[in-house]
Design a protein around this ligand. Sequence first.
Ligand SMILES: *Cc1c(COP(=O)(O)O)cnc(C)c1O
Length: 378
Amino acid sequence: MHFETRCVHTGVDKDGTYLSATTPIYPTSTFRWDDLKTNRGFDYTRSGNPTRRALEENLAELEGGIDCRATCTGMSAITATMHMFQPGDHIIAGHDIYGGTYRLFDSLFRGMGIEFSFVKMGDPENIRKAAKPNTKCVWIETPSNPLLNIVDIAAVCNVAQEIGAITIADNTFLSPYLQRPFEFGVDVIVHSTTKYLNGHSDVVGGCVITRKKEHAERIGYVVNALGLACSPFDAWLVLRGVKTLGPRMEAHQRGAQALAEFLAGHSAVQKVYYPGLKTHPQHALAKTQQRGFGAMLSFDLEGGRPKVESVLAKLKLFQLAESLGGVESLIEYPDTMSHASMTEPARREAGITDKTLRVSVGIEHAEDLIADFAQALS
Ligand SMILES: *Cc1c(COP(=O)(O)O)cnc(C)c1O
């Protein structure tokens, strides 16, 4: 069956009693046993819950994995994957990964004895240069945040395999509708379901998807042991969101492409970062591994911070807010918002300037989005 059909149907049918068309929410902490030897597949909601299971079956199938664990945030999904490793293990990650992931790695897990190297993933040879005998994992995110650099997933997986490491990909920015990292050799996928998978800015959540039995067992054990699973209510919201993932992503990227082209042609804009523009240095690479270019874009304004403030004050449709992936368009200023936890030299080194703005394009009509920018930039 096609992707859109699987979004609507996979895992959903959980009510054998009344045959409800959608998955019920099972707000229960515990489940009755028939006798000492028998239960109906669930015993305690931290370990498993039918509503959460429906979401997990759905997401595992959409990414092409064998198992999924839905967690209470994207960060808890990433925390679960770090428990696949031991003190003394070495992990190589991209230098421009999500700020919260960088903080988790660099402060918490480094303090617990895991070693990290942060490299420019644009050239997979940098992985080989950073590799050590104890390298166990390569961590990638593509496109990157906020400047939309593309990582060659297949090339990274090849190098990782050669040095005896697994590859973990954070696929939050594109969702499985636009990019399926398992097809290029990735071993484990994480998502912040807060973003496109839920898609309506009304829940925080995450998931870990595996395609090998030993990884599935380890992640299942860790999520239960650490108590990272999401609530049945949150699982139900994300499951409802996923049903419209395909049509939403199409609408999102239709608006993003139109807005990126408009901004690229505007005299108040210095530079636009969007892989769907032919001028993007990795436009061709993006085409080989993505089914579309997504709906995140960034741009540099002429005039620096004062111009940034005047444009933000004039925009009406774009809410000044962090996060992304919801149906409503958002705009944010990485320098003091999403990337404030990086030092200023680190931000400049990564290419984030004091005139860079990041946009999460919603599903509003492209003409309205362009009209809003036209008046704000004038
Ligand atoms: C938001 C985000 C996260 C963290 O997810 P939360 O749901 O906020 O915990 C991780 N990775 C990426 C790429 C994100 O955008």
